[in-house]
Design a protein around this ligand. Structure first.
Ligand SMILES: *Cc1c(COP(=O)(O)O)cnc(C)c1O
Length: 526
């Protein structure tokens, strides 16, 4: 193994200069630096800390004590700092530029949120601290809960789920518990529209339900007639996303909810797209029984490698008694209690139990509440309006260049959907996405939702200025025009990234997930 303090291996020389320029000695391209794996540049004898050997002592591990070395690579402190800093520079991030990933709501994470989340009273609390010593933290959880209930027009909220998909599971488990309590545990079917995020059917299946697809109309909405026709005594719930993943508002949701309730089922709403309607629509008014909210989307807490998620679930009056432990409750004297036991007080006998060890993501709660309080009710409404305005600006600016299958039906909500319909023969959505990388953008969401061929889903969010949108629109228009004209260079893009077009099929089918030391392999071959 060759060790080099600069993260460089001789094999890297001349790598990656696809664009005619003479290869550099290092393989680096100016500030775009090559970086080897830590296993390739580190070794087992180097370390960033200098600790005296431990005194011989009697191990309490008995037979379980390790008798071989761990074999983890080490680097000195400056080498370690450089290794991870160089890797971090190979990432695209919302702090670098517009991140058009549809359905993900990659909006700016306000720095005020970070400042609040780092206050020691929030950042340094321990989940096992006596409740009397964390009243401030509980107050934050409780106040955020009140806001989420108000904004959604619901009855209660489970704060502990740690992501959107986890929240879906929480909501579906509430539905399951409610059905069992009614003696209707035989209801085994969950109806999911074709355009749903993959987590919806996965959640229902994981909770033991049978998933059935509901078709979409030509306008990209749920086929209400087909859905109503399928309702019956075997249907437990319907899972609907609103606004949906085609970027459209499901106008029939109230009618659908009424029909589902009349047939004895529950309505789960995937609220990941709440950013488009926050402050303007209350899902509770539309008959929703359970809905997760991605704090890391709508309420600006970082995600996508930037931090943990958080997926509180708001619940209707019918489902609230079945919500998970623990939860906060305010006593008359103003004190806040953390209800952790199923038996305590016996006023919540129907809870389905506990989903997480502790209460949830304190840092995300603090960031989300900071965001809400700094915007206020009117500011949150403005968020939704500006998010929708920005998406429509993208849609109308590009509909003449890219096929926009639902643009004729009127404005979109918070994201603009395009298809590959008018690209040149042999050119696909993938080529457009790879071309955008050369333009310095993370690509939009591609091939989702499945109801549109070669889908490209662009969500600009409200935090982009008109100038930033114009630049992005210009870049996407330029790449789309190359794909329509059949520019062969686009088929091998990206050209300016550290690595050019990869074999994605091989990467998916035969991923190399673990590093193997080539030295013993070479020795074995001899
Ligand atoms: C992001 C998203 C989810 C899942 O949320 P996670 O926090 O990633 O688990 C579910 N549905 C839709 C529509 C989403 O956009």
């Amino acid at each position: 193994m060759s060790i080099n303090a600069s993260g460089w291996r001789p094999e890297m020389a001349g790598k990656g200069n696809a664009d005619g320029a003479a290869p550099t000695f290092t393989g680096n391209k100016a500030l775009m630096l090559e970086e080897a794996l830590i296993f390739e540049i580190g070794d087992t004898t180097t370390t960033g800390v200098d600790i005296a050997p431990a005194q011989e002592g009697k191990s309490r591990l008995g037979d379980l004590a390790r008798d071989t070395t761990i074999g983890l690579p080490g680097l000195s402190e400056p080498e370690t700092v450089r290794h991870y800093t160089r890797l971090s520079r190979q990432n695209y991030a919302i702090d670098l530029g517009l991140f058009p990933l549809g359905s993900c709501t990659m909006k700016h994470n306000p720095r005020l949120n970070e400042k609040m989340a780092r206050l020691p009273g929030f950042a340094d609390v321990h989940p096992l601290q006596p409740v009397d010593t964390v009243q401030g933290a509980l107050e934050v959880i409780n106040e955020l809960a009140v806001w989420l209930i108000k904004l959604t027009g619901m009855h209660g909220v489970a704060m502990s789920p740690k992501a959107g998909a986890h929240g879906e599971l929480c909501g579906i488990l509430c539905i399951k518990a409610a059905l069992e309590k009614r003696g209707e545990g035989h209801r085994k079917v969950v109806l999911v529209p074709e355009s749903a995020h993959g987590t919806n059917p996965a959640t229902a299946a994981f909770a033991g339900f049978k998933v059935e697809d509901i078709p979409a109309t030509a306008e990209g909405r749920v086929d209400t007639a087909a859905l109503k026709a399928r309702l019956g005594p075997d249907v437990a719930a319907v899972m609907i996303t609103n606004p949906n993943t085609c970027g459209l508002f499901e106008r029939d949701l109230k009618e659908i909810s009424d029909a589902v309730h009349a047939a004895g089922g529950y309505v789960y709403c995937d609220g990941a797209n709440f950013n488009a309607i926050v402050g303007r629509v209350r899902p509770g008014d539309l008959g929703v029984d359970a809905m997760h909210i991605n704090l890391h989307k709508t309420f600006s807490t970082p995600h996508g490698g930037g931090g943990p998620g958080s997926g509180p679930v708001v619940l209707s009056e019918a489902l609230a008694p079945f919500g998970p432990l623990p939860f906060t409750a305010r006593y008359e004297d103003g004190h806040i209690a953390l209800i952790e036991e199923e038996t305590a007080g016996d006023d919540h006998p129907d809870t389905f139990g506990r989903m997480t060890a502790f209460h949830g993501q304190m840092g995300m709660f603090t960031r989300a509440l900071t965001y809400i309080l700094s915007h206020g009710a009117d500011g949150l409404r403005q968020v939704a309006e500006d998010a929708v305005l920005n998406a429509n600006y993208v849609l109308r600016s590009l509909e003449g260049v890219l096929d926009a299958p639902f643009a004729g039906a009127g404005p979109c909500m918070h994201e603009a959907l395009f298809s590959d319909a008018n690209l040149a023969d042999g050119f696909s959505t993938l080529d457009v996405a790879k071309g955008l990388i050369d333009e310095g953008y993370h690509p939009m969401t591609v091939y989702f939702p499945l109801v549109v061929h070669g889908a490209m889903l662009v969500e600009p969010t409200e935090t982009e200025s008109k100038a930033a949108l114009d630049q992005f629109i210009g870049a996407l228009r330029s790449v789309a025009e190359r794909a329509k004209a059949g520019d062969p260079a686009l088929k091998t893009a990206p050209h300016f990234a550290p690595r050019s077009r990869l074999d994605e099929t091989q990467a998916a089918r035969r991923p190399v997930l673990a590093w193997k030391d080539p030295a013993p392999m070479a020795a074995a071959a001899e």
